[in-house]
Write a protein that binds this ligand. Structure first.
Ligand code: ATP
Ligand code: MG
Length: 576
């Protein structure tokens, strides 16, 4: 599609490798390459290390790294570490691990805004010398008051007309640590009457006496986001600085700083809509509160929308990436149904997950005509969607576990599973018939007495005899005990906080159900952490990082039922 512009060159140009995928940002990048405004596309993902990455960040990561790889450019990982009060090394480490998990690699291009503090300081001095910045004595509250509103212009600070010499002297002394927090700020001198509040003499530097995770006590003045971001982009030769829509009104300031500073390159900012998901909060501030106030087991709780949370929950990175492709990139804000993410994840798991047997609510079955002490290894298919996954042996013996709700003593019409006098298939094993129900003194069912048909080995019918149900099962003597944790939405409301006074009122009290006394097939005794399997007929599950061979713990990744596909089939889904 782009080849006409590059037909006469020998080497394939990056634009020839342009993607199938298209959106307004990719169109801009393709045009900039095609029309020679840039040679190489350079993007960056710029997290502030003040929390763990969430699914919204994944959209930005997939966009920035995706564009770089599709157009033969590069993507930097840059920590926007300009606020030492909220930032921690723990977050830096977690963010690196999460971007890698998602499948992206920044190579040697790992940067920190704090690496540029000296250069940024020099540029601030340049602005002061040019009469375009001044040291202000107003307090934060006064600055807010002087700023005006959307309908009223702001007022100029009394400090605005300080001499250049005095400004230089004060700013140097700010750096030297002579003043307490809040005593002064450095502001750009732009236009207090601007219709854009961001242009009303924005703050460029603050005094913050706090140790920084990387620069320690070297600095006690820190640049604001606005002063650090665009200049960091320029230092790194970023061509397309992609951010979310809330920065649109900052773009004039971004451009003003680039134009008024001797920066080495001319990056441009483009904005796209942030991702919003139903039943989900994508705000580090709220996620931090969930952790700090103990509503979840930590940043990586399987209910958290953090990348470490969905990883622990068993979502494969491929599903997350597929989802990012499905939703695309646009300029209009929208809310995506969380079921769409689950659909993308199920799609990957259905293809890849090994099938296993587990019984969550066990009911004992004794096969009365099966020899005591005999054990047979039944051959069971690992993944009907993938022949290369092969088969495994699952032991079968006289005493078994089946799922309690696969039996009804007095079944209604549409219940086809096990019942007194009825025959069903035990998957890949035998046909069995229930002959007797054993109860305890309270009348609860404790055991079923059954017989099997030895002619049905492997679960095949020898004479065309039909059964209406196939159940999963475990040999009681071989099954391994496990705890299983079932997860639902962390927030019961589709739009958390929309109607509640406090967003935490919308927390789902039943978001986690812990089942003890479950059993799993022996092959799961050393299930690798992070590998998601399908417990047949029950859903997708993965071993929790806290699981040990002595105490197995599985997290339910998702149920088998695809509610998004259903919504779509009913025509109730709006594709974003
Ligand atoms: P939060 O609102 O959760 O605190 P943030 O924007 O403050 O997020 P940053 O660490 O500054 O967090 O974000 C890094 C990058 O990720 C930014 O470019 C930001 O625009 C992008 N980003 C953050 N949230 C989303 C989202 N929900 N959808 C898409 N991109 C996002
Ligand atoms: Mg931010």
């Amino acid at each position: 599609m782009l080849s006409s512009a590059t037909m006469d060159t020998e080497m394939p140009s990056p634009s020839e490798r342009a993607p199938e995928r298209t959106d307004f940002i990719r169109d801009i990048v393709a045009a900039d390459l095609r029309e020679g405004r840039i040679d190489t596309v350079v993007t960056r993902f710029p997290p502030e290390p003040n929390g763990y990455l969430h699914i919204g960040h994944a959209k930005s990561i997939c966009l920035n790294f995706g564009i770089a790889s599709e157009f033969g450019g590069r993507c930097h990982l840059r920590f926007d570490d300009t606020n030492p009060i909220k930032e921690e090394q723990e977050y830096i480490d977690a963010i690196e691990a999460d971007v890698r998990w998602l499948g992206f690699d920044w190579g040697e291009h790992l940067y920190f805004a704090s690496d540029y503090f000296e250069q940024l300081y020099e540029w601030a001095l340049d602005l002061i010398r040019a009469g375009k910045a001044f040291v202000d004595d107003l307090s934060a509250d006064e600055i807010r008051e002087y700023r005006g509103t959307l309908t009223e212009p702001g007022r100029e600070s009394p400090s605005r007309d300080r001499s250049i010499e005095e400004n230089l002297d004060l700013f140097e002394r700010m750096r030297a640590g002579e003043f307490p927090n809040g005593a002064h700020v450095l502001r750009a001198k732009i236009d207090m009457a601007s219709g854009n509040i961001n242009m009303r003499d924005p703050v460029l530097y603050r005094i913050v006496h706090a140790a920084h995770p990387r620069t320690g006590d070297e600095w006690c003045i820190y640049p604001t986001y606005d002063f650090a971001h665009g200049q960091s982009d320029a230092i790194e030769s970023i061509t397309h600085s992609l951010c979310t829509l809330e920065f649109q009104d900052h773009r004039p300031l971004y451009d003003w700083l680039i134009e008024n500073l001797p920066v080495p390159s001319r990056p441009r900012q483009y904005e796209f809509a942030r991702l919003n998901l139903t039943h989900t909060v994508l705000s580090k501030r709220i996620l931090l509160r969930l952790v700090a106030e103990g509503h979840v087991r930590g940043w990586d709780d399987p209910r958290m929308p953090t990348l470490s949370g969905i990883r622990r929950r068993g979502f494969p990175a491929e599903g997350m990436r597929d989802f990012a492709n499905m939703i695309g990139v646009a300029r209009a804000d929208s809310v995506v149904e969380v079921e769409m993410l689950e659909h993308a994840v199920r799609d990957v798991l259905n293809r890849q997950a090994l099938r296993r047997f587990a019984v969550l609510d066990p009911l004992k079955v004794v096969i009365e005509n099966y020899p005591e002490g005999q054990v047979e290894q039944m051959e069971v298919v690992n993944n009907p969607e993938d022949e290369s996954a092969g088969t495994r042996a699952v032991p079968f013996s006289r005493e078994l576990w089946i799922e309690r709700d696969d039996f009804m003593e007095d079944p209604p019409k549409k219940f086809f599973r096990l019942a007194p006098g009825r025959e069903v298939r035990l998957r890949s094993a035998y046909f069995v018939t229930c002959n007797e129900v054993v109860k305890d003194a309270d009348g609860s069912i404790v055991e079923l007495r059954c017989t099997y048909d030895p002619e049905t080995r492997g679960g095949a019918s020898p004479d065309g005899r039909r059964v209406k149900a196939t159940l999963h099962w475990l040999s009681a003597a071989h099954a391994v005990p496990a705890e299983v944790r079932l997860y639902g939405h962390l927030f019961s409301s589709p739009c958390p906080g929309a109607n509640a006074r406090d967003i935490f009122e919308d927390l789902n009290p039943d978001s986690e159900t812990v089942l003890s006394g479950c059993f799993a097939e022996p092959s799961l005794a050393d299930a690798p952490i992070g590998e998601t399997v399908q417990f047949e007929r029950l859903g997708y599950f993965c071993a929790d990082p806290g699981s040990t061979p002595g105490k197995l713990v599985f997290n339910r990744t998702l149920t088998l039922k695809d509610t998004w596909a259903k919504l779509q089939a009913q025509g109730r889904h709006d594709t974003p």
